[in-house]
Design a protein around this ligand. Structure first.
Ligand SMILES: Cc1cc2nc3c(=O)[nH]c(=O)nc-3n(C[C@H](O)[C@H](O)[C@H](O)COP(=O)(O)OP(=O)(O)OC[C@H]3O[C@@H](n4cnc5c(N)ncnc54)[C@H](O)[C@@H]3O)c2cc1C
Length: 402
């Protein structure tokens, strides 16, 4: 038997069992990373990930791949910095090339109040473990020569912040690194199995009803992105989540190198260059909540206008492709991770427009919670109970959250 045949056997898709210790609903980054860390860190392998489409079909395969930790509140900075560190070592840990590349992220400010925000961001980041510095227009031009500091004479660049450790990684490779790492250790990853109901007994969740029949579980984890309110309602849990579409696009090849990730929180857009030389552009969520994956001309028009204002070279490029994901937006723009108040049912959600960067730390911490039964200190501030006690983790940390 050759190496390829051996590999195929190792990754053969197994038949679903009728019972597991842990069932994770959703084969996106968060579900798969939770499964991976359960197996890799805790030796818990009697685990199934149930994905109704294919691995990475949700937002984990649709995002703009930005990894950073320059958030606005201490709890978030610590959490995202942990994730940034895990990403740095993920290729060595999983033996999979996820095309991780450190690029640095530049946030530019066009008003005095935006300048104050960037100054405060640099202070909070530095105090809680992330590297961010306040930068003047001259330094901005050095970091990103393509920028028009006059902002088309409408949006002058007055300064900003620079976060050198920000990176990108190929999203589907990252998702598959976790999937393969989990499968190699004995976790079952099932594609094309939809969860249609939760089985309850004595007030606790005891399993799932699926398109392939019932499956029992000691613990069920909801990791279904924008579809989380539907799943949670099956256990009688009402989540403070609204689902909004988020769009992005790529252009054709840009000849020159564009090294940095550039973002204007004021103009609500950001962009970077992909490994294929395309310019990848993202912006804020669609205002109207919906589950629609439809892409709009309105988005292209507005987003391109802003991009051209700051980066005139964008005028000569052509848009190749646009797409949409549906985001689980929490009211305070922070994640919701952990117990739900219903025994046997946990969620990892509220990942909105910012959850790709959080995949390793989110998975690691959820796995620790499941293995130990105790909520780890790093994610304790992000529990669902914060809404009952009016303890918001308000953090509009990205262009996508306005
Ligand atoms: C355009 C866009 C750009 C973004 N850019 C960034 C970025 O640059 N940086 C960043 O950090 N974040 C970004 N995000 C956000 C990030 O992609 C998400 O927060 C993250 O991928 C969420 O991962 P997840 O595993 O929670 O959900 P998903 O990846 O959405 O996975 C959920 C999975 O659950 C499955 N599912 C749903 N219901 C069921 C069911 N009943 N049964 C079985 N399976 C089910 C779905 O098919 C899906 O595959 C962006 C998002 C979008 C849409």
């Amino acid at each position: 038997m050759n190496e390829f045949q051996e590999k195929k056997i190792k990754f053969a898709w197994p038949e679903p069992k009728r019972s597991y210790d842990v069932v994770i609903v959703g084969g996106g980054g968060h579900g798969l990373a939770t499964a991976y860390y359960l197996a890799a860190r805790h030796g818990i392998t009697n685990v199934a990930v149930l994905e109704r489409k294919y691995i990475g079909a949700g937002n984990s395969g649709r995002n703009t791949t930005i990894i950073r930790a320059n958030y606005g509140i201490p709890e978030a900075v610590r959490f995202y910095q942990r994730s940034l560190e895990l990403y740095k070592h993920l290729e060595a840990e999983t033996d999979r090339w996820i095309m991780h590349k450190q690029k640095g992220l530049l946030n530019v400010a066009h008003t005095e109040s935006a300048l104050r925000t960037e100054r405060a961001r640099a202070e909070v980041n530095t105090a809680f473990g992330a590297k961010t510095e306040f930068v003047a227009p001259k330094e901005i031009k050095e970091i990103c020569p393509q920028i028009d500091l006059t902002g088309g004479n409408v949006w002058p660049v007055l300064g900003g912040s620079y976060h050198p450790e920000a990176a990108t990684a190929r999203h589907d490779r990252a998702v598959w690194a976790f999937a393969e790492g989990a499968m190699k250790r004995g976790v079952h990853v099932h594609q094309r199995i939809e969860v249609r109901g939760l089985t309850m007994s004595g007030g606790r969740v005891t399993g799932v009803e699926t398109s392939a029949g019932p499956i029992a579980a000691k613990a069920v984890v909801g990791a279904v992105g924008g579809h989380v309110t539907t799943l949670a309602s099956m256990a009688g849990v009402r989540l403070p989540i609204r689902t909004h579409p988020l769009q992005a696009y790529v252009t054709n090849h840009y000849d020159l190198q564009f090294d940095v990730i550039a973002s204007s929180p004021g103009l609500l857009f950001y962009m970077s260059q992909t490994a294929r030389g395309e310019m990848l552009v993202g912006a804020e969520i669609d205002r109207q909540p919906s589950y629609s994956y439809g892409s709009t001309y309105h988005f292209l028009q507005h987003c391109s206008h802003r991009a051209i204002t700051l980066f005139p070279f964008m005028r000569s490029l052509r848009i190749l492709r646009q797409w949409t994901g549906v985001c689980d937006m929490s009211p305070d723009y922070s994640p919701i991770m952990g117990k739900t108040g219903v025994d046997g049912f946990l969620v990892t959600t509220g990942w909105g427009t910012w959850g790709f960067k959080a995949i390793p730390a989110g998975g690691e911490q959820m796995a620790q919670l499941i293995a130990s039964g105790e909520t780890p200190e790093l994610i304790a501030p992000f529990g669902l109970d914060r809404f009952a006690s009016d303890r918001m983790m308000a953090d509009r940390g990205s262009a996508g959250t306005h």
